[in-house]
Design a protein around this ligand. Structure first.
Ligand SMILES: Cc1cc2nc3c(=O)[nH]c(=O)nc-3n(C[C@H](O)[C@H](O)[C@H](O)COP(=O)(O)O)c2cc1C
Ligand code: SF4
Ligand code: SF4
Length: 265
């Protein structure tokens, strides 16, 4: 039984989740969606998994783009994990509908709550709090792997009704503006011109010009650039200068760059 786990990630939470899950499901191949090609080979796996972060209470645009492109065997078993910071809202309901439109059935969809990478709303939480979330996530991943191995069919996880209605509206209103939200990014005087931000960006949205990053208005809002800059030189508006950066503690810059370069994770 072949399993393909597709993963999109900005700060490693989804990559870590996908890895932990794949190792428990067995015979699973991890495929990175960071900078995926516009033409995808037929996916012949019997089980297909999608692991991605929740962005603005919904499915991130690159994942939607991938769903437009994927071609599969007639009836794969499909599962999903929406990695978030406590507000999955209607993300998995949205995903289920997107898959239905492709004649694919989402058999189960889970929320995994890990530390937030949305730095405008707060810097990294303490290492102790991070570990608490990671341990709880691991327990849930163990259960998810069992569900997938048994090919169970369950309702997808979702937020409360008011959250789903209200946040879905905000998601829809925000979608057309995501690409241009990078206008709030800038590199401050600490920038050492290392170019890591340009290399790690899944959207190829950063060009190095005279040794400094210049954002190109095709942002995916994954926050990889700001969170992985080794000098903490990237800011997002006025409020991020003194906030602690975050990426998953078990995911390295090398892992992320491999993901972006399309190498096996
Ligand atoms: C632009 C943006 C929007 C986000 N929106 C949500 C959200 O709606 N709900 C939520 O719980 N977390 C939200 N987050 C937090 C991420 O989903 C969360 O930190 C996730 O674990 C990041 O996964 P990654 O490390 O694989 O990128 C958002 C993060 C970013 C950067
Ligand atoms: S990663 Fe940071 S230090 Fe390196 S070029 Fe980008 S902004 Fe400058
Ligand atoms: S510019 Fe930054 S936030 Fe936007 S897609 Fe690239 S790495 Fe992600």
């Amino acid at each position: 039984m072949k399993t393909a786990v597709y993963v999109y990630t900005g700060t490693g939470n989804s990559l870590w989740t996908a890895r932990e899950l794949a190792s428990r499901i067995g015979q699973a191949e991890l495929i990175s969606l960071n900078r995926h090609e516009k033409q995808l080979p037929l996916c012949e796996a019997d089980i297909i998994g999608l692991v991605f972060p929740v962005h603005i209470w919904g499915v991130p645009p690159p994942v939607m783009e991938f769903l437009d492109l994927i071609k599969t065997n007639p009836k794969p078993y499909v599962f999903a994990v929406a990695v978030n910071a406590g507000q999955v809202a209607a993300t998995l309901i949205q995903l289920k509908k997107l898959l239905q439109a492709k004649n694919l059935h989402l058999s189960c969809g889970f929320s995994i709550d890990l530390p937030s990478n949305y730095i405008p709303w707060g810097g990294a939480i303490s290492q102790q709090k991070q570990q608490k979330k990671i341990s709880a996530a691991l327990e849930k991943i163990e259960r998810i792997a069992g569900t997938v191995r048994n090919k169970e069919d369950l309702p997808v996880e979702k937020g409360s009704l008011w959250q789903n209605i209200f946040f879905s509206l905000i998601y829809k209103k925000s979608l057309p503006h995501i690409a241009g939200m990078d206008k709030s990014f800038f590199a401050d005087e600490k920038c050492s011109s290392c170019g890591i931000c340009a290399k790690i960006c899944p959207a190829r949205n950063i060009l190095m010009t005279e040794g400094k990053p210049v954002w190109q208005r095709r942002c995916e809002q994954c926050f990889a650039c700001i969170q992985w800059c080794p000098e903490e030189a990237i800011q997002y508006g006025k409020g991020t200068r003194n906030k602690k950066r975050y990426h998953h503690p078990d995911i390295s810059l090398k892992d992320m760059l491999a993901c972006t370069e399309g190498k096996k994770s």
